[in-house]
Write a protein that binds this ligand. Structure first.
Ligand code: ATP
Ligand code: ZN
Length: 294
């Protein structure tokens, strides 16, 4: 039988859409039947397994799945809790599902900084990460583990403070909480088991990684095209963010004007476009890049 890789992704939640979108853009070809917990990809020999995010580290560590996409926070929590989770390694940081594990407490309350946590009760879904953090800061506090709705613990009198994931901070504010310290930053990671694979599986992973790198690079990269007077070209090319070798060509029938085309590896902000225009650039187009390789 030809080689196949099995990859664990979150069934539904804050990692699910980003994971599927990345794999789809990498050409896996995924059509998921509603309710199905597995799916064979059409584009490459991969099988997807749809599970809860908390189960992903151990599924990969035990070799049930070859690969998995999970949050750094979950991977760290599981690694601290279960020894067998050592048997996996990160192969790529994927740049989506970014969030921060923060400490927060009621606004205008007695807890305003880490040292105020001495002897307090802290509610969290990440008891291991929190315990490690507190040990490091030599704080002794009680940890109350809740699977969800951690933000309401202070209002219910269950805890004095919380340690929870934050992205915009809107949920904290809605619950009258203010964050005062960062415990860890997190993003989605692609992990693999440390189990020795045959050449076929290794080759398949390399192929996937090249495509994933192409997708991630192209997300941050734009193609910019503009026209400008000849004498302004050096000022204009200096303004292009992360462009290594722009193509500069004369405009047909216009001796004084040039066309500049460049791949910009950094975000092109409106400010940059305004500066380009102020330097004489016109007909400026910024285009997304769908795929990149080589
Ligand atoms: P499951 O049912 O799979 O156990 P869950 O409720 O534990 O899901 P989600 O809320 O879907 O988990 O979050 C999954 C992951 O998404 C988190 O562990 C974290 O890595 C990431 N994430 C990104 N932004 C946020 C956020 N604002 N709040 C919580 N998690 C976030
Ligand atoms: Zn979960």
């Amino acid at each position: 039988m030809s080689e196949m890789l099995r990859i664990a992704v979150q069934n539904k939640g804050r990692l699910a859409d980003g994971s599927l979108q990345l794999l789809e853009q990498a050409g896996l070809g995924i059509t998921r039947n509603p309710g199905a917990l597995t799916c064979r990809a059409r584009g490459l020999p991969f099988e997807l397994l749809f599970v809860r995010d908390d189960d992903i580290p151990s599924l990969v560590a035990r070799g049930v799945c070859d690969l998995g996409i999970a949050g750094e926070n979950v991977l760290r929590e599981e690694a601290l809790e279960a020894a067998d989770v050592d048997n996996l390694q990160t192969v790529r940081a994927l740049g989506f599902s970014r969030c921060t594990l923060k400490l927060a407490a009621p606004k205008d309350g007695s807890i305003q900084s880490i040292k105020d946590l001495q002897g307090c009760k802290i509610a969290t879904s990440y008891p291991q990460i929190l315990a490690e953090f507190l040990r490091d800061k030599t704080i002794k506090a009680d940890c109350v583990t809740l699977k969800g709705a951690v933000e309401i613990a202070p209002a219910l009198g269950l805890a004095d403070a919380i340690c929870d994931l934050v992205s915009s901070g809107a949920t904290l504010a809605a619950n009258g909480l203010v964050d005062f310290a960062t415990v860890m930053q997190s993003e989605a990671l692609l992990v693999r088991s440390n189990t020795v694979w045959g050449d076929g599986k290794e080759a398949l992973l390399s192929r996937l990684l090249r495509r994933i790198d192409g997708v991630i690079n192209s997300r941050a990269t734009k193609y910019i095209m503009l026209n400008a007077p000849k004498e302004a070209i050096s000022d204009i090319t200096a303004l292009l963010p992360g462009a290594d070798a722009p193509t500069i060509m004369p405009l047909a029938g216009r001796d004084d004007q040039m066309a500049v085309h460049a791949v910009c590896r950094e975000t092109i902000f409106w400010d940059t476009l305004e500066q380009l225009e102020a330097n004489g650039a016109h007909s400026i187009l910024v285009l997304p890049i769908e795929k990149m390789m080589g």
